[in-house]
Each structure stands twice: as C-alpha cells, then as structure tokens.
Design a protein around this ligand. Structure first.
Ligand SMILES: *Cc1c(COP(=O)(O)O)cnc(C)c1O
Length: 450
C-alpha cells in the first residue's frame, strides 16, 4: 500500500477538515447513478436475494422450533415498522425544521434472537454454512423438513466444525447464539469496546469469547488467523462477505410487503428516504441493496456514522475505500455507539454501493444520547445509542436544497415522502445498562441545546 499524503488529500477534499475536527458534517454524493447503471458494480442480482430469501424460508420451521420467540412469525425473523409522531414533533421543534411527509421507525432493534440488525446477516450466514456442510455430507436435502437439524445427530455432526468471527458485539451475539444452537464450536473475537453484558450473554450460550484490548480491526484479524490455521474452522468475514450482505438484503422485499399492508406508497411521486446507521457497511449496504431492488430509484438511502468513526464517508468521498482508515487522519474511533466503532470501511460494500447511496452524515454521541432519551420519553421505545444515528436524517435531507434539486425531489414529492429511520439495536440491552443510557440522555437534555 502506498503511503497516503494526508495534507494533499485534505486539499483535494476540504470536507475532511470537518471530519478531523470531529464536527458533524453531511455529504451528498454527486456521483449517484440510476440502479440500472449501478447494478453491474454490485455484482449481485435479484436472483441472489431470492435464493437467500428461499434459504431463510427453508430454515423457518427449524428456527420456530429452537427459538420459540420466533414461532409467532413462523420462524421468519422480521421487525415492525411503526409511526413515531411525537418524536417527529420533537425533532421539528428542536431543529426548527418542519418534516414534510411521514416519519416511521424500522424496529430491527427488536428483532428476535439477538436484538439487532445483525439478526439478519449474521444468522443468515451461519445457516448458509450449516446447510452447505449438511448437504455436502449427504445428511440434508433442500426439500427436507429442516426441523431435523434440531436433533442430536445434527448437533453432533456440527460439533466437528467451528466458526470464528471478529466483532464489536452485536455480530458476535448473532453468530455466537445461532452457531451454538446448531451445535458448532464457536469463537467470538471481541474488540475492547464490546460491552461486558454481551460477553456474559455469549458465555452463557456456550460461546468461546476472546477479548482484545484493541479495536474491531484487530479482533477481526485475530479471528481470521484462527480460522486460517484450522481447516474445520469457518471464518465469517464482516468486511467482505457477500453472504452476510445478502442476508441483510432480504429486508427489501419484506419491507415492500409491510408497506403494501400498511398502505404506504412508494413511487415517483412518493419518495422513500431510509436512514441507516453504518459501521463497516455490510448491514446498511446489504439493506440498501435490497431496498433498491425492491423499490428501484424511488428509494433514497442515507448512511449515518459517529463523528469519531466516519469510515464509510471517508472511504467513499475520497474513493480510497478500505485503503484509508479514520486513524490515518488522527481520528480516534472511540464512540459509545456499539456496532459503529469501525475505523476502516468494507472495501467490498463501499465499491459495490457507492453509486447507490445518496448521502452520508456524521453525528455526535451526545446527539444520539439526547434522542435516545426523547425516544424513550415520547414513544416508549428503548434503543441503544447507535440505533439513534438515523433519526436526524430527515433534517439533513430537508436542509439540503442542492441535493433535493439535483435529484428532482420537489416540494410536492417531499410532501408525500416517507422517512424511515432504521433502528438497529437495543432490544436486548439489560435494564441497568439502559438506565445508564437514559441518565446520560437526561444530562444531554438538560445541557444547552445543540
Ligand atoms: C453492526 C451494527 C450496525 C452497522 O452495521 P455494519 O454492517 O457494521 O455497517 C448498526 N447498528 C448496530 C446496532 C449494529 O450492531
């Protein structure tokens, strides 16, 4: 890798100064293109998403049996979309900005099994791997009733294999819990910022938790190493996995069905804006891909990152993708937003999706806490800080006339818009931990407004 000349880079991309100074900033990408022109760069198709969806359907009876909390939805892991009118009023008054159209929340925070968006991609990749092993061994065929996977015979079969992953917490939770349930021996390599309760929960499920004093990048590298030395060990690569990405992408068709049931229109005159918290990029990137395939160019995806970890904005804006980290700019990658503390973006996701993501913004941890408190007080919805990253998305869009004009999003369309904030985690946060989040939120709300 050639050394990066930071001074030159800043000259070329002046907005990097704001990133370095940890100021909140927003960038709408002038290089977005229609889906049909962007699709070849993704390298995946509607058929790939359909395959993932079919695989999840095959596993649904098994999931309903081994995770009773999924039985009500017949083993399909999906979350609700809810209106948040009181929160909308609060945002409008706080930012002195009317939000035209309607504001809704996608509660991936409350997905069963692991309480975060990682219950999509993480669980899907473990299931894919298990299916492939069992089919190759002649134990399973795609037309079987997958409830047989819950038997001792299968658990003993999977026990010969191991799975490793590096994680800041939530991915480890999904992969750890799912792998252990199937019978795999599983190691989760956790970065320093991972919460104690997540480590405790995993250990209770029989997962081998390996702790590091360094950040996410190091934890991932160690997981990769462990797997490289053991042919029976499968490494789940959060930075590059297309399988994870496709697990997330299934969200698109599911949301389309939910919107149809709720009577929410998405078309030329009814744009949909989706605000997605971004860490390494697989979750928001995969969801965005699924949304684009479901709604075409009528959906506009915007990524949100902490001011201390703006890796995707940095990678896409400079075109350097995974060749640059926030640490290269002297940014510390320290944030309270679990899942978002990532210094180097996925090269795969950045390159695959850069033409399809309308914009990126950063926000402070303090702002996430403030709105975490609002969400609890006004809507009775408890979220972890990262899940609030998307909440100011509508303000960013409505404050940026240049972007709206460029995309032909005039006032009459904006009046019909749906703004969907993707709440990515919080459903499994213990009471005591949530109490400390709420105390921080209270502190933010009694300090001067920002
Ligand atoms: C992982 C995670 C994200 C972001 O997903 P990436 O694939 O890392 O970009 C957002 N919110 C929460 C709560 C997460 O755990």
């Amino acid at each position: 890798m050639t050394a990066i000349n930071i001074a030159q880079l800043i000259q070329q991309y002046p907005q990097l100064k704001q990133l370095i100074e940890l100021q909140e900033t927003c960038w709408f990408n002038p290089n977005i293109t229609p889906l049909k022109d962007a699709l070849p760069y993704v390298g995946l198709s509607a058929q790939d998403i359909q395959d993932a969806s079919n695989r999840l359907a095959r596993f649904a009876p098994y999931l309903a049996e081994v995770f009773p909390e999924t039985a009500a939805n017949h083993g399909i892991i999906e979350s609700d979309v809810v209106e948040i009118p009181a929160m909308k009023s609060r945002l409008e008054s706080h930012y002195q900005q009317p939000i035209t159209g309607n504001l809704r929340l996608k509660k991936d925070s409350h997905l069963p099994i692991s309480g975060s968006i990682k219950a999509r991609g993480g669980i899907y990749e473990v299931l894919s791997h298990a299916e492939q092993l069992a089919i190759t061994a002649g134990l399973l065929s795609k037309t079987d009733d997958y409830r047989k996977l819950a038997s001792t015979r299968f658990r003993e079969f999977f026990a010969q294999y191991s799975i490793a992953v590096g994680s800041t917490g939530n991915l480890g939770m999904s992969i750890g819990i799912m792998s252990a349930k199937l019978g795999f021996s599983v190691s989760v390599h956790m970065s320093a910022d991972a919460r104690q309760w997540k480590k405790d929960t995993l250990r209770k499920h029989g997962v081998n938790v390996v702790e590091y004093q360094q950040d996410y990048g190091v934890a991932v590298e160690q997981g990769r190493q462990e797997a490289a030395n053991d042919p029976h060990c499968f490494f789940i690569d959060d930075e590059n996995s297309q399988t994870l990405f496709l697990g997330y992408a299934v969200a698109g068709e599911r949301l389309k069905r939910q919107f149809a049931q709720q009577g929410i229109k998405v078309d030329e005159d009814h744009p949909l804006f989706v605000y997605l918290p971004c860490g390494v990029g697989g979750g928001p990137g995969g969801v965005a891909f699924g949304l684009k395939m479901a709604f075409g160019d009528h959906v506009h995806c915007i990524f949100a990152e902490p001011t201390h970890s703006p890796c995707m904005l940095l990678g896409v804006h400079t075109g350097l993708h995974d060749q640059i980290s926030v640490q290269d700019l002297g940014i510390d990658n320290l944030t309270a937003a679990d899942g978002l503390a990532v210094g180097r973006a996925s090269g795969f996701v950045g390159r695959a999706m850069e033409r399809l993501i309308d914009g990126y913004y950063t926000l402070s941890d303090e702002r996430m806490y403030r709105h975490l408190g609002d969400m609890s007080e006004l809507e009775g919805i408890l979220l972890e800080p990262s899940a609030l990253a998307g909440i100011i998305g509508p303000i960013q869009v409505l404050n940026n006339a240049e972007y709206r004009q460029r995309c032909a999003l005039d006032e009459s369309k904006m009046a019909n818009a749906t703004h969907l904030v993707w709440a990515t985690g919080g459903g499994m946060v213990p009471k005591s931990e949530m109490a400390s989040y709420l105390a921080k939120a209270k502190q933010e709300n009694t300090q001067q407004p920002s």
